[in-house]
Structure formats: C-alpha cells, structure tokens
Design a protein around this ligand. Structure first.
Ligand SMILES: *Cc1c(COP(=O)(O)O)cnc(C)c1O
Length: 369
C-alpha cells in the first residue's frame, strides 16, 4: 500500500461495507497490504471491522450515540468526537470500565467550513476541557474534512487549512499535544495535498494521516474544472477493484410492436431478440438506467430496454449472435474489449460513483477473485 507515500499514514476508509465491496473481503485485504488504520462510520461498523481485524486501529468517524460508549471501549475503537455529549458518553463508559487516565483515544474533528460535523471555533475550548488532565480520554488526533478537494483551483482547501492551523494553535495553547493530524480524502491525496498536510503536521509536532476511500477501490475522483496532471496520471495507474456481473435467465424472440416491461415504455421496432437478466433495482441496478444504458454480453454492448424491474431487467440482443441462458452479463467492469465504469453508471443515473458502489444490494454475493 503505497498510496500515502512515505510522509503520511494511511487510514483505509472501509465504511458502508467497504463502499459496497464487502468489508469482510476488503478490511483483511488492506490490513494484509500494510494499512494499520481502518475508518468506518458507525460503532456497529467498527465492531464488525474489529472482528475481522483484531490488530488494526479502527476509527469511528460518524459520532458516538448515547449508550454506545461501552462498545467503543470494549472493542478498542477510537472515536471521532466534536460534541461535549459524545465526550461525556465516552468518559462515563471509560470510568465504568476502570480505564486509566489518558488510555482511551479520541480524535477531535474541527469544522473548517463544511458545517456537517466537527466543533466550531466557538465551541473548541469547552470540548478541549473534557480531554484534559485526569480524564480517561486522550486527544490522540485532530481531524477535518476537506470538502472541496476536487475543485482544481484549491481555494476552499486553502481556507480550510488556514482555519485548521488556527485550531491547532489553540489546541497547543491549551496544553494538548495530539499525535495525528488526520486530514484528506482521495481527492486531497491524488490532487497532491499530502505534502502540505504533512508539513502542517510537522510544524505542530504531529504525524500526518490521510483517509482515502474511493482511490483504494481503484477510482480517481473527477476534478472540476479541469483535471490536474497528477490526477490524470493516478487515474491511468489505478484499476477498479470491483466487477459486477449477472447472467442471462433466458432469451426470447418478440414480434415488432411487442411492448417490454412495466407500462410498456419500450416497443419493439422490429422482430427482436430479448435477453432477461437476473438483476434489477433491488440489486442496485439504478431504475433510471431503463431505456438509456447498455450492459455487456458476449463482449458487446446491449441496450437495456423497458423499465428495470426489482429483480430483473431486459437487454436487446438482436444484434448479438448466440446469446443464451447462462451467459455472463457485465453490469460494471470489463468483458472482451469493452468496459463499463462506475462513472458511466453515475453519469447515466445522475449521481456519483460512491453512490453507485454503495447501492449494490446486500443480496448480490461478493467474491474475491
Ligand atoms: C468517506 C470519507 C472519506 C473518504 O472519501 P473518498 O472521497 O472516498 O476518498 C474521508 N473522510 C471522511 C470523513 C469520510 O466520511
């Protein structure tokens, strides 16, 4: 794992079932590849990651609810915190478990402009007071989320890093010296922010940590407007990890005028060959792709015709010779010389690759190949 080259630690983001790729397959794989830290959203995901990777550090990013502190302590998770209530929950659970002073690590999120999570400048002192001397909690890291790292001009990121630097100054002045500066997603990493984050960490006696998700699964985020050369180069090197396949259930011939699928939104223009697929929106095949996307069968693109059903979809294979029951159909991935990417799905469905991956249904079995 050389993504966060040398000057930064890698925190491998495996939330949302490893972006739909399967936590059970991916968490042990990234750990074997050398990742020491795993990032998840919830305590529940953290417990699952802990079972799979007993030795990894597991960071719970999305906050800790009342009643979840005990599980954080029991499973040795590290929680991102920013609300006094979260710190009180963890402190209470730590004391109940007899934790020694400074033995339960927390990472403090600073809101540097996204207004999603993280403590504001106004709230910082109150939160810092809860991790001071005598507390079982220890401020192990400081984090923020760069929410516009894919904007090629870098202006928003610059402002965020200035505001992060101010917060770091105040944390030091408070007498707290965390180990990790935990900043930056795939766009920040591939866009070349690692050096700047590492330099900021060093100025404050900290170590840098980056948190890529999408890049780990082999995709480079698209930058707007215009892509820096470093990102284009990274995209050429990266290979998507996931392929998504289904099979042909059966093939039928219909006459001109036959209607296909719910509400007959497709009408056969001639005598046509249609292949029924064992995948539908219940598997995560976006319903908006009906009549406006193609999948791969026998190495060729075949249009999806009619509405996508919950469990099934129909391909027009009139132009493709020899399609038969059992044939492999590629929804996402490569077959022969043709490929379909998560960006292609995202563009057709009006969304982003992150959503395409995370919507692949739980009933679709995942295999390592
Ligand atoms: C999901 C997430 C990431 C990873 O983002 P990518 O764009 O997939 O690299 C990093 N940090 C936080 C806080 C996240 O929620």
């Amino acid at each position: 794992m050389t993504l966060a080259a040398g000057d930064a630690e890698l925190l491998a983001i495996v939330k949302a079932d490893a972006y739909g790729h399967s936590l059970a397959l991916c968490a042990p794989a990234v750990a074997r590849a050398g990742a020491r830290w795993l990032g998840v959203t919830s305590v529940e995901e953290g417990v699952a990651a802990r079972r799979l990777c007993p030795d990894a550090r597991v960071l719970v990013i999305g906050g800790v609810f009342a009643g979840q502190g005990a599980a954080v302590i029991e499973h040795g998770l590290a929680a991102v915190v920013w609300e006094p209530g979260q710190l009180e929950e963890l402190e209470g659970a730590a004391r109940a478990a007899g934790a020694r002073p400074g033995s339960v690590p927390v990472h403090l999120e600073i809101d540097t402009g996204m207004s999603r999570q993280g403590v504001s400048a106004d709230g910082l002192d109150a939160v810092l007071a809860l991790v001071g001397a005598g507390s079982p909690l220890r401020l192990e890291g400081v984090m923020t989320h760069l929410f516009a790292a894919d904007e090629a001009d870098g202006r928003v990121t610059e402002e965020q890093l200035v505001s992060l630097g101010e917060a770091l100054g105040r944390i030091e002045a408070f007498g707290l010296f965390p180990d990790w500066l935990n900043v930056g997603n795939s766009a920040a990493l591939l866009g070349g922010e690692t050096g700047r984050i590492a330099a900021m960490a060093e100025r404050h006696g900290m170590k840098a940590m980056l948190r890529p998700g999408l890049a780990l699964y082999g995709l480079a985020p698209q930058f707007e407007p215009g892509e820096p050369e470093a990102v284009a180069a990274a995209r050429r090197r990266l290979q998507p990890v996931l392929s998504w396949k289904t099979r042909v259930v059966g093939v039928r011939t219909v006459p001109a005028g036959a209607v296909v699928g719910y509400n007959g939104t497709f009408v056969a223009t001639e005598r046509m060959q249609l292949a029924l697929l064992a995948a539908g929106y219940g598997d995560g095949l976006d319903r908006r792709l009906g009549n406006c996307f193609s999948l791969l069968v026998r190495g060729q693109r075949a249009p999806l015709v009619g509405r996508i059903s919950m469990d099934q979809a129909v391909l027009d294979v009139t132009e493709i010779a020899g399609v038969e029951a059992g044939d492999e159909v590629v929804i996402l991935g490569t077959q022969g010389h043709e490929s379909i990417t998560a960006f292609d799905h995202a563009e057709a469905a009006g969304t982003i690759p992150w959503e395409v991956f995370t919507r692949i249904g739980a009933r679709v079995p995942r295999f390592a190949v």
